[in-house]
Write a protein that binds this ligand. Structure first.
Ligand code: GLV
Length: 309
């Protein structure tokens, strides 16, 4: 069995050495843009070039080194019937839950105020948090969204969730589909986006939807930059309707130096770090699935490419 690693890591051996250790029966190759076809059975990829599918015509499945497969589905010559397998959790959801909790607590407990007070040497106690004033709404109820919702519900926040299809989650009020979106947004002050990027979800965080949130809203975007209409967020902040936003993903990454987000004190920017791909957990999962697929066993995490996630 031949496995091809195709990701722009300047030190691919960080990946290929553990792949060989986990999958000793495989011949492991690193993508060489100018090299010949290797006749790979499986490719492990992150945003691969079109050339991959031109050259490697023997592929039986392609494994994405991330949870979001929008970058892979955007490759125009991805063969339509080639199974695409995405990362399932692999240590990401706990990181996301932690990141979202941090951003939520920054707002709900007014941590910025205490930092300012410290700078001025002020000891002043503000009234305690009322959880009922901070209802959270999680968009997307996959591995990540569910973990975020559960974590916040465990801390007694009022949590609801919205997804394309019906879900049932303990202590979380769930809403489904376009016709329940307005109701969901109306019950949400802290909006957390964990949706996959598809044609249906692109631009979903627009002025109309942001205006339907409860006043003093907080937006936490850990999905994709293309979910958010940048100018609409700035408008909603200027309207006074959205109080703050924590953004980890952007339409263009790195975020350009002249982007207005940098100048806004209401916006917290992090460079796509809310959940890092953890090499060990990731490769254990992927190599396990490659072995199973090679042995004709069923595997989970195959993407419905028509649906887009
Ligand atoms: C990261 O953004 C991922 O999709 O895993």
């Amino acid at each position: 069995m031949k496995v091809l690693f195709v990701a722009g890591d300047p030190k691919p051996e960080r990946w290929t050495v553990p792949i060989k250790a986990l999958l000793p029966e495989a011949e492991v190759h690193v993508w060489d843009p100018d090299g010949p076809a290797v006749g790979a059975d499986y490719a492990i990829v992150w945003q691969p070039p079109e050339k991959l599918f031109e050259r490697e015509t023997n592929l039986k499945a392609v494994f994405n080194l991330g949870a979001g497969i929008d970058g892979l589905l955007a490759v125009p010559n991805l063969p339509p019937h080639l199974p695409v397998v995405r990362l399932e959790d692999a240590g990401m959801s706990v990181q996301m839950a932690e990141y979202v909790l941090h951003q939520l607590v920054e707002a709900s407990r007014g941590m910025e105020t205490y930092r300012e007070q410290q700078r001025e040497g002020v000891w002043k106690i503000h009234r305690p948090i009322k959880r009922s004033e901070w209802p959270v709404g999680v968009m997307g109820l996959g591995h990540i969204g569910k973990r975020v919702a559960r974590t916040l519900a465990d801390l007694d926040y009022r949590v609801s969730g919205w997804a394309r299809s019906e879900h049932s989650l303990d202590r979380v009020t769930t809403y489904a589909g376009a016709n329940q979106l307005q109701e969901f947004l109306g019950a949400t002050r802290v909006l957390v986006n964990t949706l996959p990027l598809t044609d249906e979800t692109r631009d979903i965080l627009n002025h109309q939807h942001l205006s339907q949130l409860m006043p003093g809203a907080v937006v936490i975007n850990v999905g994709r930059g293309e979910h958010l209409v940048d100018e609409d967020l700035l408008r909603a902040i200027d309207d006074g309707h959205v109080a703050r936003a924590s953004l980890d993903v952007f339409r263009q990454e790195p975020l350009p130096a002249d982007h207005p987000f940098w100048q806004r004190p209401e916006i917290t920017i992090t460079p796509h770090i809310s959940a890092r791909t953890l090499r060990d957990a990731t490769l254990e999962q992927i190599t396990g699935k490659i072995r199973a697929h090679h042995n004709g066993q069923p595997i989970t995490g195959i993407v419905d490419t028509g649906r887009g996630y």
